[in-house]
Design a protein. Structure first.
Ligand code: IMP
Length: 199
């Protein structure tokens, strides 16, 4: 089955490809492959709403079954921030590294036992049968007091999974993909496709 992974985030694309290629069910296309340059504003108030906005928009443009993901980091001591604003936290002109520094600064006085956080991944599929499909995966962990590692993307250098002293950015992609929020949401999504006899 040919599907579109509707994101331009290179880190996400790599992880989707690594996880989905193991299943050998899909021929994966990206927005770049289809030369789609249009952008859509994420005006929703939840991960689900934003994922659906993106999946619907790019399914209409591509006419291909489309998977879109809205994901982010929710930090308890910052009242769930950056949440749905993870990709644009602190302003659209900041780099991933600037955002990591911003979080470390905001949390500089927060003690170790109050640094709990989770990554959230919500997938929306449009064009797989007549229903819009959703799945959600979460990874519990905590925010470290300094950056560690250079793999991955986004907030990986300051996020350690629960029971692990090392951040996600110290792990190889296949190690991260065994436990990640994205892995969980993809597995749940695939199980829905199998249950509904779509694949
Ligand atoms: P969006 O889903 O494209 O709106 O962006 C999600 C943002 O959340 C990314 O740009 C990252 O900043 C952050 N994020 C989501 N998943 C991860 C992850 O696996 N590692 C690190 N940061 C992530």
């Amino acid at each position: 089955m040919k599907i579109l992974i509707a994101t331009t985030n290179i880190g996400k694309i790599k992880e989707f490809q690594e996880i989905l290629n193991q299943k050998k069910i899909f021929e994966i296309f990206t927005l770049n492959d289809l030369k789609i340059n249009e952008d859509v504003e994420e005006t929703g108030n939840t991960f689900e709403e934003n994922a659906q906005i993106k999946a619907t928009f790019y399914n209409q443009l591509s006419r291909m079954p489309t998977i879109s993901e809205d994901s982010g980091l929710a930090i308890d001591s910052l009242n769930g921030e950056p949440g749905i604003y993870s990709a644009r936290y602190g302003g659209v002109n900041l780099s991933d590294n600037d955002r990591v520094e911003l979080v470390l600064k905001k949390m500089s006085k927060i003690p170790i036992e109050e640094r709990s956080a989770r990554f959230i991944s919500v997938i929306c599929g449009v064009g797989f049968g007549s229903n819009t499909l959703f799945s959600r995966g979460e990874l519990e962990g905590s925010i470290s007091s300094s950056k560690q590692g250079s793999n991955g993307f986004g907030y990986d250098p300051i996020f350690s999974p629960i029971g692990d002293n090392a951040t996600l950015a110290t792990k190889e992609i296949d190690e991260k993909n065994k436990i990640s929020h994205r892995r969980k949401s993809i597995e749940i999504f695939l199980n829905k496709l199998i249950k509904d006899k779509i694949v």
